[in-house]
Design a protein around this ligand. Structure first.
Ligand code: UD1
Ligand code: CA
Length: 453
């Protein structure tokens, strides 16, 4: 039987007080919805759909590889499921796991358990118990028998009595046939004026379908995020989980309460991270690499023995073995530092490859460049790679020496072993091994009082 997953991600998230779609609010640097996708991926592979609506384009960009269905108007979670039915049917899906996109702490394990326990049911949902049921849908049971889920706003205390604390976690499995049959019967005559997915539980019970409320206890794994406070709480929980795991595996953490590592990043045993620092995306920090405080690293690789000194920022960069970066360095996408290369303070690299042992230690901008092994880039060297319209490349050979405050006007090639005088503006290629000086000659003019003109 073909089972797919459907993530509800069309809502605005009014309680976040932000225009950004709620599911794109980040936990440890990654949008909430990506965490949900990662928990689903091992079970569903390609068969994951997202219902998008508010900020649909942004959400699509943030979740590459998913399939999307559009909910033009956000008329409620039940309406979101209706919008997805035609696409699911067309794909031959017979059962669907539906999950709220604002559940970032969910794990692949809990999804697996839920799938297993829901196998025999036409409809299943997960419940958690909370001391304060807050805005969650209340699970109502009478003498142990499930009656339905009643949303917080519609909960009639006189009718149902005090909430037991068992609430709906926002994870469901539906047989598509049952959902298709019941959805037209869901009405929006309730306090929110919305079509609730949760009404399907009561409707299914009424017609004698097999419905299962799967009790997951007081696990925080299924907590939803609706407000800045809940977002901060979720982040704190995940941070602790990730850091505990890193420590257990043998990663060295200093000031661990301020070390933020995304669960998507990889930090090998023996690596060392000093807080505050942030390592996110598909980053990999290898054994014996050291990341000092106030560094922000995204989608970058730091190989063994490399050091990222304080206040350095890396994005889509690769730092090979033993290289030194910072303090105060900025490696932008496409920066690639060879073994034992050095990049020092206030040096910015973009799409630039620095060969083995090459050095750019002070105040430089190197863009669209290839710099040979052992070459020294003097303080204040700038590659002028942009003429206002196009970008051009600079190639500097091995063991060259570029004097301080040089402007290299690309496209240009500076040969291996050459020397460029300080303060030069290099606009023409420099042949291998030659000395290039491109600056005004110094004149010393006499200014003694008694000298005659
Ligand atoms: C929902 C449940 C509630 C449950 C709680 C668990 C309903 C009616 N209520 O409440 O029983 O206890 O989750 O966290 O479902 N969304 C859409 N389209 C819409 C509306 C919402 O895609 O038209 C998406 C949102 O982006 C969000 C998810 O559905 O990711 C849940 O919506 P939200 O408004 O957060 O529902 P809750 O009030 O938390
Ligand atoms: Ca929610």
């Amino acid at each position: 039987m073909k089972t797919a997953a459907l993530v509800l991600a069309a809502g605005k998230g009014t309680r976040m007080h932000s225009e950004r779609p709620k599911v794109l609010q980040t936990v440890l640097g990654e949008p909430m919805v990506l965490h949900v996708m990662n928990a689903l991926a091992p079970h569903f592979g390609e068969n994951i759909w997202l219902v998008v609506g508010h900020g649909a384009e942004e959400v699509r960009k943030a979740v590459p590889g998913a399939r999307f269905v559009m909910q033009d108007k956000q008329l409620g979670t039940g309406h979101a499921l209706s919008c997805a039915l035609p696409a699911l049917k067309e794909a031959g899906v017979e059962r669907v796991l539906v999950i709220n996109g604002d559940t970032p702490l969910v794990t692949a394990e809990i999804v697996g358990q839920f799938l297993e326990q829901s196998q025999q049911a036409d409809l299943a949902f997960a419940s958690i118990s909370l001391a304060n049921p807050a805005s969650y849908g209340r699970v109502v049971r009478e003498e142990g028998n499930l009656v339905g889920i009643i949303e917080a706003k519609d909960y009639d205390l006189a009718k149902w009595g005090p909430c037991s604390g068992e609430v709906n976690a926002g994870v469901y499995v539906f047989s598509l046939a049952l959902a298709e049959e019941l959805l037209p019967r869901v009405s929006n005559s309730n306090k929110s004026g919305e079509y609730y997915i949760t009404d399907l539980v009561g409707l299914a019970l009424e017609q004698g379908a097999s419905v299962k409320g799967i009790v997951c206890g007081n696990t925080p794994t299924l907590l939803g995020v609706n407000s800045p406070l809940e977002l901060a709480d979720a982040e704190q929980r995940m941070q602790k989980q990730v850091n505990d795991q890193l420590l257990k595996s043998g990663v060295i953490l200093h000031a661990r309460e301020s070390v933020y590592v995304s669960p998507m990043a990889q930090v090998e045993p023996g690596a060392e991270l000093c807080g505050p620092c942030t390592v996110t995306g598909k980053s990999r920090i290898c054994t014996d690499a050291r990341v000092f405080s106030n560094c922000v690293i995204r989608d970058s690789v730091v190989e063994a023995g490399a050091e990222i000194r304080p206040f350095s920022h890396l994005e889509e960069a690769v730092v090979h073995e033993g290289a030194l970066v910072g303090p105060y360095a900025r490696l932008r996408p496409g920066a690639d530092l060879g073994k034992n290369a050095h990049v020092g303070n206030f040096v910015e690299l973009k799409k630039t490859k620095l060969g083995e042992g090459a050095k750019a230690n002070h105040l430089s901008y190197l863009g669209d460049s290839e710099i040979g092994a052992g070459t020294n880039i003097g303080a204040g060297t700038i590659t002028c790679n942009y003429d206002g319209k196009n970008k051009f490349r600079t190639v500097i050979g091995e063991h060259a020496f570029i004097g301080s405050n040089t402007a290299i006007v690309a496209p240009v090639t500076v040969g291996a072993g050459s020397l460029v005088g300080a303060g030069s503006v290099i606009t023409k290629d420099v042949p291998e091994g030659e000395l290039a000086i491109g600056r005004g000659r110094q004149k010393n003019l006499g200014r003694r009082r008694d000298s005659k003109a």
